[in-house]
Design a protein. Sequence first.
Length: 89
Amino acid sequence: MSGKPNGPQYEAAPLITSAAMVGGGVLIALVGLAIGGGHLVSATRRWVAEMEVTPSELARLKWAQARAAYVAGASAWQNGSMASVPSAS
């Protein structure tokens, strides 16, 4: 066996520098995400506060409409009643 080690030889300084720069970039990105996320949350809260009908109440109303349409359709199908539909010809 020769005295040469197998595999690549790494220097510590460039690896430490690159790790520090990646860490700094990640920290900057996280701060940017926190600032942007905070702005989105506050803008959404203001938008919801300015609504005449809250989203939960609107969802309840739409659910009631969908349920009424379902019940009417199921009843019409079971009873065999036909709405007056003009023919296509």
